[in-house]
Design a protein around this ligand. Structure first.
Ligand code: KG4
Ligand code: ZN
Length: 340
């Protein structure tokens, strides 16, 4: 018998995404339409433009995901959709559409948390994950540490007190006129630069907390830019970008490995859009090896927003009993922020 199939939808920010996954977590299709070009002129996501674009894209993207999986809507046994956190207008497009499909087909609909889905992305490529695990999620909207004592048990151990790491990269790229999103441009233009050229003092929390802060690094970056005449076409641009990126990597991993001392996890997980970053991936793996811990990081295309990760978490939740009511869960509501 062929495995049951699930259709997952993700519209929390500026990607319209749909994926079809088998119950064995086989990814039958994983379609992502980025809105980067729409938001690039503004140097960041414009929420109203994002929701309008999701409305235009959702039908063709869901159609494409079914076509790429070689199935029709009648072959789908369950539906999943990102419920939050994210931009409320964007979330509502995916959520309403998924409710409509689930209602029409009379199949269960599972609401999925976006941050937890980023973490669960590793399950698509690693069948066995040993717990306790400590996960660092770094994206344009989130920078947090989660302890998973066991599968599906998420306890936040640290969060950013101001900007997310990706947001800091995006803002500095915008300031220098390098384009949006900032992370990939900074990586590319800083690749040949000297990461030791400019000195960034790393933030330290006065308490023993594992919280992050990136506003200090951003202010330091602006000061270094001003004092050294760093510009889009200056000779020191590559060195500056390499130094800035490296400071962010050290701040992120500093907290992760401090957390590892506190929680003694068997597995470390790195995920979220910024986990595509080469310097971050390399350093993460090197330090985990040195600490003798398993280090898992999804393939780059599963780090940025996608619906396969939403499907992976949905199947895990279904295995744990979600959606067994069988109904389409029409009362699911979107939430813009993390539940407290
Ligand atoms: O997870 P994601 O797709 O969306 C959110 O949930 O926020 O992450 C987007 C973020 C952006 O800030 C982008 O600049 C960053 O991921 N990013 C990168 C790289 N690719 C994407 N940051 C550093 N290096 C990269 N290669
Ligand atoms: Zn995300």
């Amino acid at each position: 018998m062929s495995p049951r199939l699930l259709l997952a939808i993700e519209t929390s920010c500026d990607e319209t995404a749909a994926a079809v996954l088998g119950e064995d977590l086989s990814v039958r299709s994983n379609i992502v339409l980025s809105q980067d070009e729409i938001h690039a002129p503004y140097g960041g996501v414009v929420p109203e433009l994002a929701s309008r674009q999701h409305i235009r894209s959702i039908v063709p993207i869901v159609r494409e995901s079914l076509a790429a999986a070689g199935v029709g809507l009648e072959a789908i046994d369950a539906f999943a959709v990102t419920q939050g956190p994210g931009l409320i207008g964007s979330l509502l497009v995916g959520l309403s559409f998924a409710k409509g499909l689930a209602y029409y087909r009379g199949r269960p609909l599972v609401g999925i948390d976006h941050v937890q889905a980023h973490i669960e992305a590793v399950a698509l490529e690693h069948a066995r994950i040993e717990h306790p695990a400590l996960a660092l999620i770094v994206s344009g909207g989130h920078t947090s540490l989660y302890v998973l004592k066991r599968k599906l048990d998420y306890a936040r151990a640290g969060r950013t007190r101001d900007d997310a790491a990706g947001e800091a990269l995006d803002k500095i790229a915008k300031f220098l006129g390098l384009g949006y999103p900032g992370g990939p441009v900074i990586q590319r233009l800083g690749e040949a630069g000297d990461p030791g050229r400019f000195d960034f003092a790393l933030p330290r929390m006065s308490d023993r907390s594992l919280d992050f802060s990136f506003s200090g690094l951003k202010t330091a970056a602006l000061r270094i830019i001003r004092e050294n005449g760093v510009a889009k076409d200056s000779a020191n641009l590559a060195d500056f970008l390499a130094s800035f990126e490296s400071a962010i990597v050290r701040a992120l991993l500093g907290n992760l490995f401090r957390g590892a001392e506190d929680f003694d996890p068997k597995t470390l997980i790195l995920c979220g859009g910024v986990a595509r970053n080469k310097r971050l991936r390399t350093e993460f793996e090197r330090r985990a090896r040195a600490a003798g811990m398993a280090a898992l990081v999804p393939s780059p295309k599963l780090c940025t927003d996608n619906a396969a990760m939403v499907g992976a978490l949905a199947w895990a939740r279904i295995a744990a009993g979600a959606g067994t009511g069988g109904g389409p869960a029409l009362d699911l509501d979107a939430y813009p922020r993390l539940p407290v």
